[in-house]
Design a protein around this ligand. Structure first.
Ligand code: UDP
Length: 323
């Protein structure tokens, strides 16, 4: 199969490229590199079944016949999507239309990467796919939440009106190697801070919860959904739920860091709790995450150490050339 991955140079996208190539497919990776990076796919440079196209899918585009489209393109960390709010709204709307038109043209199957943010600051706990969510439509997070909700509506409409063979995954917080060091997410911040010996910045009192899925488990879920005939949304996330303070303590433990905790204000509309109900993924896809948070943090440590070293090298280099 020839598979198109939009956002293929991003964190999850690049792992998906690896997994699909390992399965023997041809992979066309499309990314505008707004938040993705060629560093994530540089190891694939000499792979003949892999091609990278720097394309902005907010414009109509065509990469030739494809059998399957994974629509992953979007800024995804709160810091990134708040900085690039308009682009985030555009990629969920214009980008979705352009990719769905491509799926229609080539009769390709289509999988939309949606998000637990569709549930907003949820009043139901844990979150089942049947929950419609509790989203502030004009708040700072709305550029992402409503973009993804619109993308879901567009995907469902192309299925209904144009018979495109679609799937929708709702991805919960995911982490692991290739998470950008400076994307402001909790795991990247805590790992960076702990490994540097800086204080861990806990927002609010740290009692808000998240459920963290290791990237290999997430990709396994995406592939199972892609191979299935399940058209309703499916949560793919690890149901292990942690307060942010527990998460900070776990990072301190895994890294052996003596870093202290520094409390900072809670951002506006920060969801109080988040945990996927994965009954649907379990029963329909036979999917279950295998790697718990402590094991996943250990698996991620080497990557974060290297990313910190690389950044230090680059800042020394920049200092030299600047000075
Ligand atoms: N958070 C934190 N310290 C940080 C970064 C994030 O306490 O340095 C909190 C944030 O307020 C939120 C949770 O960690 O409650 C997860 O934030 P993240 O940005 O990773 O993603 P979100 O789940 O909010 O999209």
């Amino acid at each position: 199969m020839r598979v198109l991955i939009t956002g293929g140079a991003g964190f999850i996208g690049s792992h998906l490229c690896d997994a699909l190539l390992a399965d023997g497919h041809q992979v066309a990776c499309v990314d505008n590199l707004l938040t993705g990076s060629t560093r994530n796919i540089s190891h694939l440079e000499r792979e003949p079944r892999f091609e990278f196209c720097q394309i902005d899918i907010n414009q109509p585009y065509d990469v030739g016949p494809v059998d399957f489209i994974f629509q992953l393109a979007s800024p995804a960390s709160p810091v990134d999507y708040m900085e690039h709010g308009i682009e985030t709204l555009q990629v969920g709307s214009l980008g979705s239309f352009h990719s769905l038109e491509l799926a229609r043209k080539y009769r390709a199957k289509y999988l939309l990467a949606s998000t637990s943010e569709c549930y907003g600051d949820p009043l139901e706990h844990p979150q089942k796919e049947s929950y419609w969510g509790h989203v502030n439509p004009i708040g700072p997070r709305s550029v992402y939440d409503e973009s993804k909700r619109f993308a879901e509506a567009t995907t469902a409409a192309y299925r209904r009106y144009h018979k495109v063979d679609t799937r929708i995954v709702r991805i919960f917080n995911t982490y692991g190697p290739r998470l950008q060091l400076n994307d402001g997410r909790v795991i990247s911040n805590f790992m960076k801070q702990a490994l540097r010996g800086d204080p861990l910045t806990v927002y609010g009192d740290g009692s808000q919860t998240r459920s963290f899925c290791y990237v290999s488990d997430e990709v396994d879920g995406l592939l199972r959904l892609a191979r299935s005939d399940v058209h309703d949304p499916v949560n793919i996330g690890n149901p292990g739920e942690f307060t942010i303070l527990e998460c900070a303590h776990l990072v301190q433990k895994v890294t052996g860091s003596k870093s202290t905790i520094a409390y900072q204000p809670l951002p506006q509309d920060d969801p109080r709790q988040r945990r996927p109900d994965i009954t649907r993924a379990r029963t329909l896809l036979g999917w279950e995450p295998k790697i718990d948070l402590e094991a996943g943090l250990k698996l991620s440590m080497e990557y974060f150490q290297q990313a910190i070293a690389l950044e230090a090298e680059q800042s020394v280099g920049a200092g030299r050339s600047g000075g």
